[in-house]
Design a protein around this ligand. Sequence first.
Ligand SMILES: [Zn+2]
Length: 332
Amino acid sequence: MMQDLTIEGFSVPAGERARGQISALELADGSSVQLPLVLINGAKPGPRIYIGAGIHGDEVNGIALVNRALAAIDPKTLSGSIVCCPVQQPLALLADHRLPISQYLKSPLDQAPTDAWTCFPGDPQGNIAQVMAATLFRLISQCDAALDVHTPTRGGRYVPIAILPHMNLGEPAREAERMAQLLGTGWIMRGDKGMYVSDGILCVEATKAGIPGFTFEIGEGGRLEEDQVAIGAQCVANLLIGLGMIEGDQVPPAETHVMRDFLGLRANRGGLLITERALGEAVKAGDVLCRIFNVYGDEVEVVSAPEDGLLVRTTTLGSVSKGERVATLGLL
Ligand SMILES: [Zn+2]
């Protein structure tokens, strides 16, 4: 006899699914920020996986793709259980911005740090970002593995890519890498420096706590893209099939690029940005990636690849200032 999935006061019988909300914090008007939950309790034993999306408010592809992946699951045939929070920072979704920007504008000092994604494991007595992170980490801590779905912020576009925590985190990090392979995006970043492997990041802190987790980035910020939602939902299905949680055939990538570092390239001049290479293309040192034109139409900068790499992230903004990122290479 399978047990109920009991979490945050909800109790979902085996072979059933439920939706719920948990109150994360109280706002000035007395309303509370409600975190939406999807809870699916399989009829058969297996792991409990946490799936989160939308911790940045302009990353709607992630929200849509986890919903699509979960809609296809029959709890009667599921092995294990799924705890999903499709919108991990509702205040940011309301702002349609990466961050809950109204709070930051109101009180920049008290609201820093502003990004819950960087505040794990969080602090229940901290500011809004820290309280949100603490609430989410309480959910994650009750699971065996974690997947955190993102897109770049508005103005950026990623290939579908699994980004691992630091590999010095022992067996949970190795398990995270195995899960990233199962996801089957064809792109894995296995780096040892930079934002994604830093302390405080959701998947890093989960993995440190013994819950293997990684970040999944896909598509463009601020846009809902049917093709990316379909690819992302299939990747989530690939992972669940690979973990033995659902039945089905994985759709593996033609090849998998495992990379060791990101190389972000920034504009030295301001102007209109034209990207000449396709997202995902392999480029050689010296290849032209982008051109920048001033407001009179004169070409003022040619951005070339400083070394061989894969164009894993493009800038979709039409104009850039000096110092803004124009492309990111993944280095093999
Ligand atoms: Zn994000």
